[in-house]
Design a protein around this ligand. Structure first.
Ligand code: SF4
Ligand code: SF4
Length: 730
């Protein structure tokens, strides 16, 4: 009946005049109360945001305003598509998409209503647009998106409280149970989702009570509100009772909504703003290269010693964290029982920053006359590096960048950790083994503590001489790297690389004793001065050589040469040997005969894959070799670190759980029949060969560098097509 009445009214009167009364059943006093509450709520919101911005302004400068329109456009696109949240977790992605768009639509709808009622109508009543076709469309859209909001919130609740994915486990890895309290986190999470759910539900009950009372012709444009109005019909309330019910729900709904607005800056809800800002200002290559230490004005100490050393962007990072736990689940240190969770690290820093630089810090820095205390001391004098965040936590990081990759809101864990390591190193707080490695690197240019004159000793047993690129021009300068040069277990593979290069007719040479450690991991343990020294020595040697392209087998050297050296003026074309072989295959200069036919799995090295996005070249080579590749679940950008990066290979192991390399081998073995665990990094050869032994999987899987399989294929079919131009040179 109600629906038939609605259509007949619309058809008789025409839709243009229809809208809905605002402040129905309101006395003038009630309107004054509402506007006063709205003003208070807005004021609290603004004060909260002011304190946040003030906190960021107390950070050190960071250059993040370059290409601002492009940054904003990219952030809008990522946020609108919900792309970063949906990546890797479709369930959370869909639920978040519904919540985000539902919330934005309801918010915009409220602003539009306020605009019409509070701005347009007082100026000229005939200009009001909240009626007719606009009103119908508005109602339909808000009803639909309001339903989406509720659906998304319910899905998130089911996930958090029933499905309980491991990343939402709030257990700390660095402290015993019961020595910390996670109730504030849990209460904050519940308040956020339940609060929004109650606001959304009460909105529908409010709309239903109005429709039940007014019986408006336009109710068909509010399908959910109309359905809820049936509930009131079922209760059999009189018109007067419906009016009272409407008023009660209105005040309940509006009070909650205004409380939510005031609560935003002080709660998890601040991520609505902080995350968008963080996506605008994020460095997409965070950690790939690191900020150089400022020379002018020279800092009092290197790195992040106290919270005031953080840049404003890294302070913003701390507020952007939503506790989604993706970084926590992806972190190899956490998995191996080391006292590091990137999520907890960020949130511990956030608590500390709030205590020091936000409202509490501001209060404790004031004397009663309102001036700032003279010494400007912060309330908690503990250093962040080694105090708020323990030294063993910072040293546990492999700088694998899995956390940065997983984080949906652009938080830059790796640069923050390295900055704190810089401070630790300056204080001399480090593992004695690391100290020894750094001493060797300073003295000999390698971490093995072997004379630099022996760097090219591995070439002695080759049946041919490799060109000295310092003395004669070459097309490819092969930067060999420490591990490939000095580690006896890897040297045979290094010779295999040389043989393959020779066999395919590559014009290549090496720097012999002119090469030094590239400094990638030296930089990532925080030894910036030594990194610069090594880089300068290498750049000097490279300056003496004549070459077109640098090729390396070592992804760590690749990263330093390709990305870090650029900061020092070293602009080279640097490629990994898998990229080079792939180019030769694509150009037809490298061909294989019979397919090898093995079943293999491939491990993406962090510094090749996540850092330098080389995912396809090794796979193309394996395809050309005729290998059956079975991928592990954690592959490509989600690859799992071997545990050696970020200088960890120079430190003692004191983790309580399974080593990352063992965890990885177990993952490979669980695939079923796999002949070879294929790697493309010299460190991986030793890490995984050891892991196969210690995990008791000898005989089940064998670690092979991809070059060994290339060599096997070439050996089986020596008649390889050779690059004519390069063959003449060798
Ligand atoms: S870089 Fe890797 S090891 Fe370090 S915190 Fe991130 S995920 Fe953990
Ligand atoms: S740092 Fe990023 S990935 Fe980690 S919990 Fe926070 S929002 Fe999630």
């Amino acid at each position: 009946m109600m629906w038939a009445h609605a259509w007949s009214t619309i058809l008789a009167d025409g839709p243009v005049q229809l809208g809905r009364p605002i402040f129905e059943f309101f006395t003038p006093l009630m309107e004054i109360i509402f506007y006063s509450l709205a003003a208070i709520s807005t004021l609290v919101f603004c004060v909260g945001i002011f304190l946040k911005v003030r906190k960021y302004l107390r950070g050190k400068p960071a250059m993040r305003f370059d290409h601002l329109p492009g940054r904003v456009g990219r952030a809008v696109r990522l946020a609108a598509q919900n792309a970063t949240v949906a990546r890797g977790d479709r369930y959370a992605g869909v639920a978040h998409f519904l919540i985000m768009w539902g919330f934005i639509t309801l918010f915009v709808g409220t602003v539009v209503l306020a605009l019409d009622y509070d701005l347009i109508r007082p100026i000229n009543a005939s200009w009001q647009f909240y009626r007719g076709d606009f009103y119908y469309g508005y109602k339909l859209i808000l009803d639909t998106l309001g339903t989406a909001l509720l659906t998304g919130l319910l899905a998130m609740m089911v996930r958090r409280w029933f499905l309980r994915p491991p990343q939402l486990n709030y257990r700390r890895v660095d402290r015993p149970e019961r020595s910390y309290d996670r109730r504030p986190w849990k209460v904050g999470d519940a308040l956020f989702v339940v609060g929004l759910l109650v606001i959304g539900l009460s909105g529908f009950f409010l709309e239903g009570s109005r429709i039940a009372h007014d019986q408006p012709a336009s109710h068909i444009w509010s399908p959910v509100g109309s359905a809820v109005s049936q509930f009131y019909g079922w209760l059999g309330l009189s018109q007067e009772q419906l009016a009272i019910t409407h008023s009660v729900i209105w005040w309940f709904h509006v009070s909650l909504a205004l409380t939510f607005v005031a609560y935003v800056p002080f709660s998890k809800a601040v991520h609505l703003l902080a995350d968008f800002a963080n996506l605008i200002f994020r460095d997409e290559k965070a950690g790939v290269t690191l900020p150089a230490m400022p020379e002018e004005p020279a800092p009092a100490h290197p790195g992040y010693r106290e919270i005031r050393d953080f840049t404003w962007k890294h302070l913003l990072d701390l507020d952007a964290c939503t506790k989604c736990g993706r970084c926590h689940a992806a972190c190899p240190a956490q998995v191996s029982g080391a006292p590091l969770s990137p999520r907890d690290l960020i949130l511990d820093l956030r608590d500390h920053a709030d205590e020091q630089l936000a409202f509490k810090g501001w209060l404790s820095q004031r004397d009663l006359s309102g001036g700032e205390k003279q010494n400007g001391a912060l309330p908690d004098a503990r250093p962040v590096a080694g105090g708020v965040i323990k030294a063993e936590t910072l040293w546990a990081c492999t700088t694998c960048r899995a956390c940065v990759e997983a984080c949906p809101v652009g938080i830059e864990h790796v640069p923050i950790i390295v900055e704190m390591r810089r401070s630790l190193l300056d204080e001399g707080e480090m593992d004695p083994r690391l100290q020894e490695a750094l001493t060797n690197l300073g003295k000999y240019g390698n971490s093995f503590g072997v004379s630099d004159r022996l760097r090219a000793k591995w070439t002695k047993s080759l049946p041919f001489k490799i060109k000295d690129a310092r003395k004669e021009p070459v097309e490819y300068l092969w930067f060999v790297g420490d591990f490939a040069s000095y580690d006896q277990r890897v040297q045979e593979i290094t010779r295999t690389v040389a043989k393959v290069f020779r066999q395919v007719g590559l014009d290549f040479g090496i720097l012999y004793e002119g090469e030094r450690n590239a400094g990638n991991d030296v930089r990532r343990v925080g030894e910036e001065g030594l990194f610069q020294l090594l880089a300068e020595q290498n750049m000097k040697a490279l300056g003496k050589a004549s070459f077109k392209t640098i090729v390396t087998t070592d992804p760590h050297s690749l990263n330093a040469l390709r990305n870090d050296y650029r900061q020092l003026g070293g602009n080279y074309e640097v490629i990994h040997y898998t990229e080079l072989l792939c180019r030769l295959i694509e150009s037809g200069k490298l061909q294989f005969g019979q397919p090898l036919g093995y079943t293999v799995t491939y491990h993406d090295p962090c510094y090749l894959g996540r850092y330098n996005r080389v995912f396809d070249a090794p796979r193309e080579i394996m395809r050309a070799l005729g290998l059956q590749v079975t991928e592990m679940g954690r592959c490509r950008e989600n690859s799992f670190c071997c545990g050696a990066g970020g200088g960890r290979i120079w430190m003692s192991e004191n983790n309580t759980g399974e080593r990352p390399s063992v965890n990885r081998i177990r993952e490979a073995v669980a695939l079923g029949k796999v002949d070879y665990f294929v790697v493309a990094c010299p460190k991986d050869v030793t890490m995984y060969t050891d892991a196969v032994k210690t995990s008791g999987h000898e005989g089940q899987i064998v670690v092979k560098d991809i070059i060994e399989l290339v060599y096997e294929a070439l050996d089986a079919q020596p008649a390889v097509a050779v690059s004519s131009s390069t063959a003449e040179n060798t």
